[in-house]
Design a protein around this ligand. Structure first.
Ligand code: NAI
Ligand code: MG
Length: 482
């Protein structure tokens, strides 16, 4: 096979950044009003593709959190708690439609604030976020059918803390089921990507959602901690790092508050010898490189059965050579900007450790933009199970490749991790596919596909990847007393 790859240069096709219509400054959204921070402090959110400031947002203190929780409690006791379920559902439908109407603005904002390629925010994040509202809107007046003979009741005020990798989608995952079940919400977006949640606040107001049903308080870790620690929060839902998840679990122990945690992962993507290799290579690329590997369920460990190892590796490298890294706003871009300078520093640290431990590195020859935070797609071979890059979550476009001979060997290797969020298996024969998927300790296992999401399907992990499910019927249970 020849080493030469034929590739074509695409003419630039950038989306217009002005479509984002980002304000110079945003306040908290509390009790239906834009509320200045009690301590008068603001912080910047930047565009990681240029490192330039986009806007400034309010820095939330414990006093701001207290105000937001109080507003949420009032709404729960009042208009929202007393509203017939079918009326609640109508609000969710309205929110979903307004998100669709503003989808282009939301997609451009998401890409500017977080650095992900516009193709992803346009085709995945925003439509899926709207779909979550549509899906849960339908459940609002059917909870008795979802849980027959259980008389499901809302929990009360939900405190929700979300990360920066899917900002609007995570907000929708958390808010839509909470509202469908009759709860009220205080949401704390991630500090590097607060803007789409604040635009969602505008949408909630436009939809006429009663004041206080959803409150959005921006800030960093301390703001999130104040929300977790507040006495009048009935349920905490968190997505983010395993380290913070453990802190939250300690804080909540013995308080009687309910909790769901969706934490890190180190997913195995397994290619068996009879797999369709071209399809598997696309799935591997989709699993770890698109969205810069900023995905908790990213397929960051690749296991290839020995007979097809050379072929998979050759095709994967050629495919890496064609990936377009650069301006996230360009519709041709496959790999956008790393979300923050801190995250890039952390990824670079892992690249160094991988080399020090003796792995072989492959990176295509790509010209990275001179400004902003970028990392080329990276592949490590000659990796041992004990290497740091095969054990720790890197959260970047970095793949660690290993080989295996037998199914029992790969099952043991794949499960040999403290995480258990997701996995993928590529195989032509259904019976073998299910043999492997059944044996994997992971909340989600994809067969001959990767990173597929649907509002009707539950998502969540086991082991140190957390507990509780989001999406589907299971996602309702997390917001109900049944
Ligand atoms: P993080 O876990 O610190 O941040 C996630 C959210 O939690 C943010 O909104 C943050 O403000 C909030 N937070 C931070 N400390 C808190 C505390 N003590 N109490 C309550 N809320 C708190 O994640 P970070 O630092 O942004 O990323 C570090 C690593 O975490 C990444 O490299 C990646 O490995 C992992 N991560 C996993 C995610 C997932 O989807 N499972 C998402 C983001 C990061
Ligand atoms: Mg930002």
């Amino acid at each position: 096979m020849s080493e030469k790859t034929i590739s074509w240069e695409f003419a630039p096709a950038p989306e217009d950044s002005r479509l984002a219509m980002i304000a110079k400054r945003y306040e908290h959204f509390i009790g239906g009003r834009w509320t200045p921070p009690s301590e008068g402090k603001y912080f910047q959110t930047r565009n990681p593709a240029t490192a330039r400031k986009l806007s400034e947002v309010a820095a939330g203190s414990a006093a701001d959190i207290a105000k937001a929780v109080e507003a949420a409690r009032l709404a729960f006791r009042g208009p929202w708690g007393n509203m017939p379920a079918r009326e609640r559902g109508k609000f969710l439908f309205r929110i979903a439609r307004l998100m669709q109407e503003r989808s282009r603005e939301l997609a451009v904002t998401e890409t500017l604030d977080g650095g992900k390629p516009i193709r992803e925010s346009r085709d995945i994040d925003i439509p899926l976020a709207a779909n979550h509202f549509f899906y849960y809107a339908g459940w609002a007046d059917k909870l008795d059918y979802a849980f027959p003979n259980r008389r499901p009741r809302p929990l009360g005020v939900a405190g929700q803390i979300i990360p920066w990798n899917f900002p609007l989608l995570m907000a929708a995952w958390k808010i839509a089921p909470a509202l469908a079940c009759g709860n009220t919400v205080v949401l704390k977006p991630a500090e590097t990507t607060p803007l789409t949640a604040l635009k969602l606040a505008e949408i909630l107001a436009e939809a006429g959602l009663p004041a206080g049903v959803v409150n959005i308080v921006t800030g960093a870790g301390a703001t999130g901690a104040a929300l977790v620690e507040h006495d009048d929060v009935d349920k905490v839902a968190f997505t983010g790092s395993t380290a913070v998840g453990k802190v939250i679990q300690k804080t909540l122990a013995g308080t009687g508050k309910k909790c769901t945690l969706e934490l890190g992962g180190k997913a195995a993507n397994i290619v068996l010898e009879d797999a369709c290799i071209d399809q598997a290579v696309e799935g591997i690329v989709n699993g770890i490189y698109l969205n810069q590997g900023h995905v908790c369920c990213a397929g960051s460990r690749l296991f290839v059965q020995e007979p097809v190892y050379e072929e998979v590796l050759w095709k994967l490298k050629r495919r890496l050579d064609t990936l377009v890294v650069g301006d996230p706003l360009d519709k041709n871009t496959d790999i956008g900007a790393i979300n923050s300078r801190e995250q890039l520093t952390s990824i670079r640290h892992y690249l160094k450790v991988g080399l020090e431990e003796g792995a072989a590195i492959y990176q295509p020859d790509c010209q990275l933009p001179s400004r902003g935070y970028f990392c080329p797609p990276t592949l490590f071979t000659e990796v041992a199970q004990s290497f740091t890059i095969a054990r720790e979550e890197i959260f970047g476009p970095v793949l660690a490749v290993q080989t295996f001979r037998t199914l029992s060997e790969v099952i043991e290797k794949a499960n040999n991790t403290p995480y258990g969020l997701s996995a993928g298996v590529w195989c032509d024969k259904g019976a073998r596919l299910f043999q492997v998927t059944d044996a994997l300790d992971a909340g989600v296992v994809w067969g001959n596909s990767y990173n597929n999401f649907d509002p009707t399907s539950p998502f969540g992990g086991c082991k140190e990847s957390g507990f509780g499910r989001e999406g589907g019927l299971h996602g309702l249970a997390a917001y109900l007393d049944i």
